[in-house]
Ligand binder design. Structure first.
Ligand code: NAD
Ligand code: IPM
Ligand code: MN
Length: 354
């Protein structure tokens, strides 16, 4: 029996609803599989924890997390209670940075049973590889002066190391997929970092002669995600560009509540962390209507990362079959609750592999 130790951090808002749902699906899948055991340890970190303790996670939090096989996170942020810059830097970004989760993988595809808001989406299936450690999200900047002379500065930092790393990862993924990488750029030189980004893209592409490349300005690319998403295979993007593109990815699938993600540590020193693209959705928290699919698909990505590809595929298949059967939450046009969708997915897994 293979055992995986998972740290579970529901976090804030609907994270507290969709994480237990996804854990239930994971445990059902593991039991049905019979050969793996998932041992979960839950950590109560988030904004409520902050209100009690004055910090988003315990002081030795990273120490507590570092030996897990993977981290499973819901969402962070409850802006009515704790300002986002405190909650996010104190938990989500803290873990991403300290555990060197330098690559963010974010797939999107036309999902069976879902109606894309696009009239003619085509059978799109793409993977955004987002740089996850620097770029526009650098820690360099601040606010100076006061009053009408006030200035806010944010320095975008692009190191050759991180840029090469994310591009190399994207090309490797393309080799396993349809062999096409699109670089999200702004190479007209207006943004100083982007000609550099293009240069590195060009250099790295020389190591992957079998992979077709395209370079598209981010503004046009955002539009193409809407007008012809089927043109894309792997898209490599900077931290902010990738962030924005992947909410569009969620939207064209039918809802941001579906989109999954993984923060990958590629040097093997620390665990990777799996969390959906969406946030804590304070507007629907507590109503029991949050779509659990983003979190469950994220669980499937985590299984795949752990080396359980077949089981990961079963989770994805059960999810699509339940959606196709019309058991859907409100955001994707149904009236089922979080629990109803979750229970149906567990049942479907039982039917498929039980
Ligand atoms: P959001 O993703 O939480 O919500 C945007 C919209 O999508 C809302 O209308 C929400 O109801 C809907 N939505 C999101 N997930 C859904 C789901 N699973 N089912 C149904 N509907 C869903 O983005 P926001 O409102 O900009 O941010 C809210 C908070 O979450 C903020 O504090 C923000 O900083 C934080 N946030 C955290 C993460 C993360 O932890 N990874 C990601 C994004 C936003
Ligand atoms: C995401 C989120 C985060 C990001 C925020 C909450 C810091 O939007 O994971 O997509 O921008 O990385
Ligand atoms: Mn985002």
């Amino acid at each position: 029996m293979k055992k995986y130790e998972l740290a579970v951090i529901p976090g804030d808002g609907i994270g507290k609803e969709v994480v237990p749902a996804a854990v239930k699906v994971l445990q059902t899948a593991a039991t049905l599989h019979g050969g793996i055991q998932l041992e979960t340890t839950e950590f109560p970190w988030g904004c409520d924890y902050y209100l009690k303790h004055g910090k988003m996670m315990s002081d030795d939090g990273l120490e507590q997390l570092k030996n897990f096989d993977a981290l499973f996170l819901g969402a962070v942020g409850d802006p009515n209670k704790v300002p986002d810059h405190i909650s996010l830097w104190g938990l989500l970004i803290h873990i991403r940075r300290e555990f060197e989760q330098t690559i963010n993988i974010r797939p999107a595809k036309l999902f069976k049973g879902l109606t894309s808001p696009l009239v003619n989406p085509g059978p799109f299936n793409f993977l955004v590889i987002r740089e996850n450690s620097e770029g526009e999200y650098s820690e360099s900047g601040g606010r100076i002066h006061k009053g009408e002379d006030e200035i806010a500065i944010q320095n975008a930092i692009f190191t050759r190391k991180a840029t090469e790393r994310v591009m190399d990862y994207a090309f490797k993924q393309a080799v396993l997929r349809k062999g096409h990488v699109t670089s999200a750029t702004k190479s007209n030189g207006i943004v100083h970092s982007m000609p550099f980004w293009d240069e590195v893209f060009n250099d790295v592409s020389k190591c992957y002669t079998g992979v077709r490349t395209s370079s598209v300005h981010i503004d046009a690319l955002a539009a193409f995600f809407v007008t012809k998403p089927s043109d894309f295979d792997v898209i490599v993007a900077s931290n902010l560009f990738g962030d924005i593109l992947t909410d569009i990815g969620g939207a064209i699938m039918g809802s941001i509540g579906i989109a999954p993600a993984g923060n990958i540590n590629i040097n093997g020193k620390y665990p990777s962390m799996f969390e959906p693209v969406h946030g804590s959705a304070p507007d629907i928290y507590g109503k029991g209507i949050a779509n659990p699919i983003g979190q469950i698909w994220t669980a499937s990505l985590m299984l795949d990362h752990l080396g359980e590809a077949a089981l990961a595929r079963e989770v994805l298949r059960a999810m699509e079959e339940v959606t196709e059967a019309g058991i859907k939450t409100k955001d994707i046009g149904g009236n089922a609750t979080t629990d109803e969708v979750t229970n149906k997915i567990c049942l479907q897994l039982q039917n498929n592999i039980g």
